[in-house]
Design a binder for this molecule. Structure first.
Ligand SMILES: [Zn+2]
Length: 1024
């Protein structure tokens, strides 16, 4: 990359003696690509011990880069006057705008106050639930105080959170322990997962719980399957799975009690409470460290000096002042940055600042861009950088007088002085080879092997491209088809017919034609249409089954390179590339590796060809989006690597069937082509002194420790950045973050997109806890864990997640909560739903070591999550479940969601579930006939044909309303969700039930309530 002016390294990121030594840290998995930590170091070293070391990046030398670029010369007079009207909201509140106001967070309840604390208590043998506050009280909940209605006559026992209910069944451990078989991360070495030597109940005969409805028969694995209200004893828990302290060993067998799910914190309640208090309102970003509404709350965001939460969300909006405090709490300090997030039409788009040849004003020392954190002094002649404190001269062209409070008179006229986010037009210093970039190009690459021709896919793609290309911005396009050889097409506008050139040497792909390959669509429209009409027939008689893959990417990249432009490859591929060529793959789907230390191999590419290909692609601004249509194992871990590392997207349609999957694919293709996207991007995250970005997670590539390189980045992709202290932070100045993305627009303009965010700092742990955002925490934990699966045994990763969860909560309990019985579980208000979400993450198929789950599916989900923003990861891990039978057809409001548990379903109900990838319409056996009629236009439940992925358009309010709701849920989501119709008690219900994430998992993974008990036990151990 030649954007040298951009990669100049600030002095503060250089190694500093004494502060860069890898501090012990939780939540890091010792990525060997960054450190040389032996895996043995990852083992927990006791309850409060340090799990992981080596997570910190070695403070290596700064990336090379001259510092002379990007500085502001004295080009004053030539600078054109800014035409920046200023956003209305800023002007209208100008008088009250106090950019550096320390956090005025009076609206957030102090965690010290019992009103905001949920306490889950477990005393003696029964767990007691105490909730002191209206915020958590659920309707079914009783009065505050011990709810131990169960007067269980068991001998006094040491505190431990087993859940016991009188009269319920005593069950031995279920076949799966908490996090998958063999995982047993929670068992101290002296206990065996089978409970034989542990405190398991004596009854060792496994009895599956009763299943309601004999029709179910043996289809269902032994687990709770009741669709109505839960029955006592119907739920397996984990006796022996979560042993308490040694004292428990002496205890008698315990009967089981089931905790009332209504009494544990509800994600739905938390979401609804935030919606009720902040939904539909204007959220102005004028205060440092303020906590935005939840990602599930719709509101209007006004940029008043800090980046919108659409662009940046943080795990906490108040950083601890010292690294000791950070280690004590073990709350990850991270930001999830989605630099190209879509801004709704009722919010201001980003302003574009153009300083002409002068370029952006930047700090001489740290190269931070002019922003609201720069403090002007000496009558406006100089400014102090908010990031490195360097005092800089104001370039003459940029001079402006200050008002009586020291603010520039043009404060509200310049986006870079008053807004959190804005763009700069970049000068030639920011361009490759110091010349303006060529506009990007799109190349469409279609697998024309036998099966794709046979099932009609090639014809579908070609037909669709004809209409889709019409909507493209003015962009050059090219076409390649391939099986085991490559076919390039000359579609130059003056040709009567397209010309095909075959490249059979796939070992060293070259581009056989330059002129006529990448063409302007409008100019070559007739030749292109001609080509797209011919392609399906051209290969109609081909029997070629074998394909290549790496040479396809290579060819696309070489074509872009030859045209000297960035771009995007759209590859439509179906099979394992077994033809003799670089990147040739063999079927290595070895289920025997599951749940062993070698499981990580399944997530790694099987050859390094794809890794080096990805690097080449990024170096040339070539992004790869892959549409996969596998009918068997295709090695997603290998095929998906280039799309992931180049900021592309991977779409996967298992066993593609034209009549069922067509619409989903076409929606994805259309959406992807029209997406807002930046090409050839480098992102740099700068911070104020005392902390810095140390780790990055996402569809990115890093050649040094600071520059995040992306061949492209679109509106749905997020990069999660972790921060570490390297000095003390000040409560006065806070912690400031500036994210700058240098990129090329679709029309070929080089720009800088700047996002600034100010966070608070505090030396009080309570401030840290009350400023946390669980949705962002889960995004961070998911990405760091999914990154770690490449290098670490999954068991270790699950252990770290559970340990860290317990540790964060134990630290709160110990330092922030008011005194209470040791057996009570106390959750900070901001982390009420951390356990349930964490359990969802642990149960995700990536982390769950089960041979039943397809290796490709696990690799696929892993890749998707790595690039997700907070809204998408929230929905992905905790799906939305809507009771459709409660629809008010006169209202445009969505029905209130219910918790993802089978106990919330009812035979008389119809429920819609969505997680961002899948959508299910679940129909209870006694669904109201009028609804069935309204939605499906059939007389009864039995008449419903579940073999459909689109609902019929029936001209009545139920049908219209339901389809509207599905449209709303689909909106703003990066993947088109395929609809599956599920009838209660029929086979496909098993798939649906995997998404009822509060229940015990189909393939293992504990229920929410069980996990909560487990975490509570861990906390108790930590506190002892
Ligand atoms: Zn600076």
């Amino acid at each position: 990359m030649s954007q040298q002016g951009y990669v100049a390294t600030p002095p503060y990121s250089q190694p500093q003696p004494g502060i860069g030594l890898s501090p012990p840290h939780y939540g890091h998995y010792g990525d060997p690509s960054h450190t040389a930590s032996p895996t043995g170091m990852m083992k927990p070293a006791g309850p409060l011990g340090v799990t992981a070391t080596g997570g910190m990046l070695p403070p290596g030398p700064p990336p090379p880069g001259p510092h002379q670029f990007g500085q502001n010369g004295a080009h004053a007079a030539s600078h054109p006057q800014q035409r920046f009207p200023g956003p209305p909201p800023v002007n209208s509140v100008a008088s009250s705008y106090v950019p550096y106001q320390p956090s005025a967070q009076s609206s957030y309840p102090s965690p010290m106050s019992t009103s905001s604390v949920t306490q889950l208590g477990s005393q003696l043998s029964a767990m007691q639930i105490n909730s002191y506050g209206s915020s958590m009280a659920s309707p079914s909940q009783g009065p505050p105080g011990p709810l131990s209605a169960t007067s269980l006559q068991t001998p006094p026992r040491p505190p431990q959170p087993s859940i016991l209910l009188p009269g319920s069944q005593v069950l031995p451990p279920p076949p799966a322990t908490l996090n998958g078989p063999g995982a047993s991360p929670l068992l101290p070495p002296m206990y065996r997962p089978d409970g034989l030597s542990g405190p398991a109940p004596p009854n060792s005969q496994y009895q599956p719980p009763p299943l309601p409805g004999q029709a179910l028969g043996a289809r269902y694995p032994p687990q709770q399957a009741n669709s109505g209200p839960q029955m006592a004893g119907a739920q397996l828990s984990y006796p022996g799975g979560f042993p308490g302290g040694p004292a428990q060993l002496a205890g008698p067998p315990q009967p089981q009690k089931k905790l009332d799910p209504d009494s544990v914190p509800s994600p739905i309640q938390v979401i609804e409470n935030d919606r009720a208090s902040r939904g539909g309102q204007v959220y102005a970003t004028n205060t440092r460290g303020q906590i935005p509404p939840l990602v599930t709350t719709d509101c209007i965001i006004q940029d008043q000096g800090n980046a919108s939460p659409r662009f940046i969300r943080c795990t906490t909006y108040c950083f601890p002042c010292t690294s000791d405090m950070a280690k004590q709490a073990q709350i990850p300090l991270a930001a999830v940055i989605k630099p190209f997030a879509t801004i709704p039409s009722n919010e201001s788009p980003l302003y574009l600042v153009n300083h002409g040849e002068s370029g952006p004003v930047r700090c001489n020392r740290c190269k931070a861009y002019m922003c609201p954190f720069m403090q002007f002094i000496e009558g406006g002649r100089r400014y102090q950088c908010g990031f490195c404190n360097c005092v800089n001269d104001v370039p003459p062209f940029y001079f402006q007088h200050l008002d009586h409070i020291g603010r520039r008179l043009d404060h509200y006229e310049k986006p870079e002085l008053s807004l959190g986010s804005y763009e700069y037009v970049a000068t030639l210093d920011y361009c490759r080879k110091n010349k303006p970039p060529n506009p990007p190009a799109f190349i469409f690459m279609i697998d024309v092997s036998y099966s794709n021709i046979k099932n009609g896919l090639v014809k579908l793609i070609c037909e669709e491209l004809k209409t889709m290309l019409e909507k493209l911005p003015k962009i050059r396009v090219g076409f390649i088809t391939y099986n085991k050889v490559l076919h390039f097409f000359n579609v130059k506008s003056n040709l009567a017919q397209p010309q095909m050139m075959v490249v059979t040497d796939v070992g060293e792909v070259f581009v056989p034609l330059l002129d006529g390959f990448l063409v302007n669509y409008q100019e070559s429209q007739s030749v292109i249409h001609n080509l797209l009409d011919q392609i399906p027939d051209m290969f109609a008689d081909s029997n070629e089954n074998e394909t290549v893959f790496a040479p396809v990417i290579q060819a696309g990249m070489e074509a872009l390179k030859a045209a000297d432009c960035p771009g995007k490859l759209f590859i439509f591929h179906s099979s394992l590339p077994t033809a003799e060529a670089p990147g040739k793959l063999k079927n290595r789907d070895d289920k025997k590796l599951v749940n062993t230390d070698k499981e990580k191999i399944l997530f790694q590419p099987q050859t390094n060809v794809y890794d080096s290909l990805a690097k080449d692609c990024v170096a040339h601004g070539c992004s790869v989006t892959l549409f996969l249509f596998p009918s068997q194992y295709v090695d997603v871990a290998s095929l998906g690597l280039v799309p992931q590392l180049t900021g592309g997207t991977l779409y996967k349609y298992n066993n593609f069937q034209m009549h069922l999957d067509r619409q989903q694919f076409l929606n994805d293709l259309r959406n992807d082509i029209e997406k807002k996207i930046g090409f050839d991007a480098i992102m740099r995250v700068r911070t104020s002194t005392g902390f810095r970005a140390t780790d990055f997670f996402g569809g990115i590539l890093m050649n040094n420790t600071t520059d995040v390189e992306m061949a492209a980045i679109d509106c749905d992709k997020a990069v999660t950045v972790e921060f570490k202290h390297d000095d003390k932070l000040s409560e006065d100045t806070g912690a400031l973050i500036q994210c700058a993305v240098l990129y090329t627009t679709i029309s070929g303009q080089r720009r800088l997109r700047i996002h600034n965010l100010g966070l608070n700092c505090s030396s009080q742990l309570a401030d840290l806890y009350k400023s946390c955002e669980t949705d962002a925490l889960i995004n961070f934990f998911a990405k760091s864990a999914f990154k770690a699966v490449l290098h670490q045994p999954l068991k270790v990763i699950r252990e770290i997640l559970v340990n860290q969860t317990a540790h964060m909560l134990a630290c709160y309990r110990k330092n922030c909560a008011s005194p209470s019985a040791a057996s009570q579980l106390i959750l900070p208000d901001s982390m009420k739903v951390l356990p349930v979400y964490m359990n969802c993450l642990l149960k995700n198929c990536v982390l769950l070591s089960r041979p039943e789950i397809s290796t490709d599916e696990r690799a696929y989900q892993r890749q998707l999550v790595m690039a997700m923003g907070v809204a998408d990861s929230q929905l992905f891990f905790y799906p939305q479940l809507l009771p459709i039978h409660t629809l008010d057809v006169k209202s445009t409001m969505l029905p209130a969601a219910v918790r993802c548990s089978e106990s919330r379903l009812s035979e008389e109900g119809i429920f819609l579930l969505a997680n961002g990838l899948h959508m299910f319409l679940w129909l209870g056996v006694s669904s109201p006939p009028e609804l069935i009629q309204g939605i499906f236009n059939v007389p009864s439940f039995a008449h419903i044909n579940t073999d459909m992925t689109l609902l019929p358009e029936v001209g009545n309010p139920y049908s219209q309303q339901l389809r509207m709701i599905m449209g709303i849920i689909q909106q703003k989501r990066p993947y088109s969700m395929k609809l599956t119709i599920v009838k209660q008690r029929e086979q496909p219900e098993m798939v649906f039930r995997q998404f009822l994430v509060e229940d015990k998992g189909l393939y293992g993974g504990s229920s929410y309530v069980d996990f909560l008990c487990c975490v509570h036990k861990e906390i108790c151990q930590l506190l002892n």
